[in-house]
Ligand binder design. Structure first.
Ligand SMILES: [Zn+2]
Length: 145
């Protein structure tokens, strides 16, 4: 998610400030049900407490698991986050995560095609690349079956 990188960047740039304030982490981004961030080299995920035990939580957990697996391919989570610097990188990071989420939701009988459209729009928005939403949908359909 877009805020994932911002949160990671905040942690990278200001670790002393956070320690001095005794604050563990910045506030979770508004409007997100979950997100993944870096702390001391490891990817950690946050889930909004009021959705625990709901079908939405299952979707978020599956989505964020993909991001933790992506981060685990790098020496540190921060090294992974540092690679997410372009809209294309955000799109390439989010498609597998939304694909995993898509598989969970489609199993519940939701229309697969319209859900791919919805997720492609979300990914485009998160990447700041709304003008490329059709490309994102094409990539999503190519990489997520
Ligand atoms: Zn994501």
């Amino acid at each position: 998610m877009k805020c994932l990188y911002l949160v990671a960047a905040t942690l990278l740039c200001c670790p002393q400030a956070l320690q001095a304030q005794g604050a563990a982490l910045p506030s979770p981004p508004q409007g997100f049900l979950g997100y993944t961030f870096c702390r001391n080299g490891l990817a950690e995920s946050w889930l909004r407490a009021d959705i625990v035990g709901t079908p939405q939580a299952e979707e978020v957990v599956v989505h964020e698991q993909v991001h933790r697996e992506q981060a685990a391919l790098f020496p540190t989570c921060e090294a992974w986050a540092a690679t997410i610097i372009t809209a294309r990188k955000v799109i390439e990071m989010e498609i597998p995560a939304y694909c995993a989420q898509w598989r969970v939701v489609v199993q519940r009988g939701v229309d697969a095609d319209s859900l791919q459209r919805e997720y492609a729009l979300r990914i485009s928005a998160q990447a700041g690349a709304m003008e490329n939403r059709l490309d994102v949908l094409e990539m999503f359909r190519r990489d997520c079956r």
